[in-house]
Design a protein around this ligand. Structure first.
Ligand code: IPE
Ligand code: IPE
Ligand code: MG
Length: 228
């Protein structure tokens, strides 16, 4: 992978509303959401994205009805089985972030297996956040870093900074996702429900990112310093 990294993170939201609007059970929305995941992964490298982090299941999502939770776990497992070969063929390296110890054992096993089998992928690093809480990730990193607590060491334990954060479904909050890594992320909120999200939506979000000026606390590069 080149040194230039463009990290896009997506809060894939709106599956339930997508289904409810069609008079379908919520799980139908999650199934349709899996197709949007596939489309997004296919489109990402062509848009210059080298790291893609997708929020698939939050720690707080355990509080949903057991039937929905177990359907989501099954869908995740099925997705891994179906997609790992495609990931290998397309140079996609898969990594899971989040806790593994509470996942159904077969799913935890499948994640490890998919990570091993895709480890040589260099076109796209795909990070799937499952049973994920950013606050807990920060606490874990803090515990691990305690012997050498510098910002660099801490950041390396936490993961790459996010350049562009996208959330679908019109909600405008982080819901415990990548709190540290989003310190200077550009945020794009789209009303599109996740199952309807397509490569044009991704391209539009990237174009919006490119129109923004990131200043990281400094002043605009185009400011005339004589008048500043
Ligand atoms: C996102 O869609 C998927 C997960 C959180 C697993 P939701 O299931 O949150 O859909 P809404 O927000 O209820 O529409
Ligand atoms: C965030 O969405 C988690 C995922 C997309 C996996 P939620 O739908 O769970 O978030 P809230 O409850 O609206 O904040
Ligand atoms: Mg939601």
């Amino acid at each position: 992978m080149s040194d230039f990294r463009f990290h896009v993170a997506i809060i894939m939201d709106g599956n339930g509303r997508w289904a409810t609007r069609r008079g379908l059970p919520r799980v139908a929305g999650h199934k349709a959401g899996a197709n949007a995941v596939r489309r997004t992964i296919e489109a990402a490298p062509g848009l210059g994205i080298s790291v893609l982090t997708l929020y698939a299941f939050s720690e707080d999502n355990w509080s949903r009805p057991p039937r929905e939770v177990s359907a989501l776990m099954k869908l995740l497992g099925r997705y891994l089985v179906q997609e790992t070969d495609r990931c290998i063929a397309n140079g996609v390296r898969l990594q899971a972030i989040g806790r593994r110890d509470r996942l159904p054992a077969p799913l935890a096993g499948m994640l490890g297996e998919a990570e091993r089998r895709t480890a040589d992928g260099r076109r796209l690093l795909l990070r799937l956040a499952i049973d994920y809480s950013s606050r807990h990730a920060i606490l874990d990193a803090a515990r691990k870093a305690s012997d050498n607590f510098t910002e660099d060491r801490f950041s390396s334990l936490i993961g790459p900074d996010v350049d562009l954060l996208i959330r679908t479904s019109g909600e405008q909050r982080l819901s415990d996702f990548l709190l540290w890594e989003c310190a200077y992320a550009e945020m794009v909120f789209t009303p599109r429900l996740w199952p309807d999200f397509n490569s044009d939506d991704l391209a539009q979000a990237v174009a919006e990112f490119q129109r923004r000026e990131r200043r990281f606390g400094a002043i605009s590069a185009t400011t005339d310093l004589r008048t500043a």
